[in-house]
Design a protein around this ligand. Sequence first.
Ligand code: GLU
Length: 455
Amino acid sequence: MNPTTSEFHPLAPSVQSVFDTVTARDPHEPEFHQAVHEVLHSIAPVLEKHPEFVEAGVLERLVEPERQVMFRVPWIDDAGRLHVNRGYRIQFSSALGPYKGGLRFHPSVNLSIIKFLGFEQIFKNALTGQGIGGGKGGADFDPHGKSDAEVMRFCQSFMNELFRHIGEQTDVPAGDIGVGSREIGYMFGMYRKITNRHETGVLTGKGIGWGGAQVRTEATGYGAVFFAQEMLAVHGESLEGKRVAVSGSGNVAIYAIEKATQLGARAVTASDSSGYVVDESGIDLALLRQIKEVERGRIVEYARRRPGARFIEGGSVWETPVDVAIPAATQNELDFDSAETLVGNGVRVVVEGANMPTTPEAVEIFQRAGVLFAPGKAANAGGVATSALEMSQNASRQRWGFAESEQRLRDIMADVHHASFYAAERFDAPGDYVVGANCAAFERVASAMLAQGVI
Ligand code: GLU
């Protein structure tokens, strides 16, 4: 656990015991503790207004996943060697709908990471208003440097166990870090073969030609930028002419850069684990996509091929002076020092494109400095919201066009912003999107749990 978390945010006595139970029961899950702590810290005013939530033990139940599955994933590489990875699916809450959330394939994956992501997903999905519960899964598999055939065999082995736990009315996985349409394709194929059912809505993020939805690929990045637009609009401002720093170079980063650019901002950075690039004339998306999506190469290639762009090895993207920062790489990538640097350089808006990319200390720095800060569970909800649109289209056998789908995403992000903004006002924390998003989401989930009894 981040040792300074509780110094920054002391918990109300009413929720401290819930947090103590979580840390005592699972002491080695720091990321999960961090995610739970942030929610518990925010929702005290909801509990004051609704003592019935406390009486019904909503919190004690909510912090314990409904079901946790861990399994062996054996696979054979191209040289004939056997590898064994660990697979996970955490089915956290189905109060509002079937479990819904992505699968992450990354060497850092462990139970703590999947539980934090699953816990966040409950509230994010509630904010979308789309009738989806919360879940998450993945494996400690590193897709980097693996051949297509190896990735396929891994995905098939993963689905060979996962299939028995999912279904379009039960649990609907999608992508996350390391899982895109290639992996979803291999997993969907294996599910179809094992079950002998073309159950289109069992996974989202599918290819457009076989049940996938328009705008799903772009949705998380686009949605984060729409959220930034909504925040700025409250203050009579727009993205026009703003300088933007985006971290990461995956799906979220690429489409955040694209939408920010379309809306008149200039996105000047992208990064990966080796360092970052600064391109003062604005990131060339065609080149970035060629390197990252087609060649699956490193970000240094961008600077090699783009005149005027610089590569800063091992540096932090947050050293770049900007008006808007969109952390879109991974959890806890933006820390106290980075936040101080950004504030010192005059940042005005920080929008989390990734899940929990900002440490609690960094959030505190932004809020004290009056920076508009949007937590991921609100700002990056566009991805999973568009997954829900994919489920709707699959269930009704409809296909919506790009423009219609993008408009639906825009409307959903405006609703998520509205719900978070007004919940912050209602609970005496105007402008605090962390409190607003947590309270609005928790009210929805807790009300459903109360209505459905102790289960
Ligand atoms: N992995 C994404 C998220 O963090 C999307 C999940 C989904 O589409 O189910 O929200």
